[in-house]
Design a protein around this ligand. Sequence first.
Ligand code: SF4
Ligand code: SF4
Length: 69
Amino acid sequence: MAANWYPIVDKDKCVKCYQCVNFCSHGVYAIGEDAYPDVVNPGNCVEFCRGCSKICDNEAISYFGDRRK
Ligand code: SF4
Ligand code: SF4
């Protein structure tokens, strides 16, 4: 559980492919009302996991708490 580490989706880069939503098995994402992925359970994100950003083809995902920028 990581309140100090969770994904942030850049809507300017996101193409709503939902690979991140489907990839994460921790229920961090849901599809929001605006059809972009919504980070609904940031506390479920695993600290230092970068899985969803790695499968995003558009580099739309960064992480709150990430110092490696
Ligand atoms: S994988 Fe990337 S482009 Fe696809 S929905 Fe997620 S953030 Fe958007
Ligand atoms: S970083 Fe890992 S645990 Fe967190 S939302 Fe992405 S895939 Fe899920």
